[in-house]
Design a binder for this molecule. Sequence first.
Ligand SMILES: NC(=O)c1ccc[n+]([C@@H]2O[C@H](COP(=O)([O-])OP(=O)(O)OC[C@H]3O[C@@H](n4cnc5c(N)ncnc54)[C@H](OP(=O)(O)O)[C@@H]3O)[C@@H](O)[C@H]2O)c1
Length: 329
Amino acid sequence: MSEKAVVIEAPGGAEQLKLMDVEVGAPGPGEIRIRHEACGLNYIDVYHRNGTYALPLPARLGMEGAGIVEAVGEGVAHLKVGDRAAYASNPPGAYATARVMPAKCVLRLPDAIDFETAAAMMLKGLTVQYLLRKTLPQGGLQPGDFVLFHAAAGGVGLIACQWARALGLQLIGTAGSDEKCQLALDNGATHAINYRRDKDFAAKVREITGGRGVKVVYDSVGADTWEGSLNSLTPFGLLASFGGASGPVPPFSVSTLAAKGSIYVTRPTLFTHIATREATQAMGDELFEMVASGQVSIRIDKRYALADAAQSHRDLEARQLLGSAVLLP
Ligand SMILES: NC(=O)c1ccc[n+]([C@@H]2O[C@H](COP(=O)([O-])OP(=O)(O)OC[C@H]3O[C@@H](n4cnc5c(N)ncnc54)[C@H](OP(=O)(O)O)[C@@H]3O)[C@@H](O)[C@H]2O)c1
């Protein structure tokens, strides 16, 4: 059956994203075919497009989607034809009207969650789940503890603000404008720093925490925030470096970690956490509960036609989006 998918033939700028006719066959063992109602936009799609994370070419893009299960391959027991479903998953290919994909990371979608919300939250929400619930400093986090979360008004960031509020944490959010800082505060951040204006955000963090620093920094900005993140931590604190929207973290000497107070650094990825179906289901159930109960609401800032995927990438890279965005087939 001929379908439409966004394809790149070479790595590069947003102009590389082309909507093409593609063949979508029948699912093999362990696979399903899903017809998308909505697809999610994520910063990892930019890394795939520009070659930061190299893909075999030509390549399809997109790691997050929601829709209806159209066909089920042999050995898939948890999904059936007609199910409403959503996922964050490898391999890329979500920017499409329909696709065949591994069933392992595809979850049945509760009726309380609509397709656009699901497409806007699966990759980002599962990421927040593993960050705030599993990527923890020694002794864990207790209500009242301070955490620092960069890009707090972005897709991942706005979910993190709300989830942190539900956990009783004091989340200090950074963001690139006063409007974004206000949005982070409206969504549960207890403090916000405009790090484009207040470049020494670590000094602000010290002020807010009475000089102590935070127990954990969640840093997806990378190059621009690395040094300040190190300087924001309390002794034995944890720096969780989970992305590089401003560029990769510069090489560093391990002895820096001693000098900054015996601190820990980790570089986690969602894909380790969702390596098994059981783990994905458990994380997904927690995310669905947070959203269905209203503790986390998903802000969809913009909706783009699949044919306008290039514009969605331009807006994301220009830091113009607040919260999540979706592509509609
Ligand atoms: N490791 C994992 O498991 C994992 C999973 C999901 C996402 N991530 C990472 O988490 C981050 C957030 O993902 P997202 O999809 O929700 O994107 P997003 O936060 O909506 O967009 C990225 C944000 O990064 C900030 N930023 C700072 N410097 C930037 C620069 N030079 N260029 C562009 N943006 C810059 C911008 O916010 P301000 O203007 O407020 O600074 C921008 O809005 C990304 O780095 C992504 O790779 C990692």
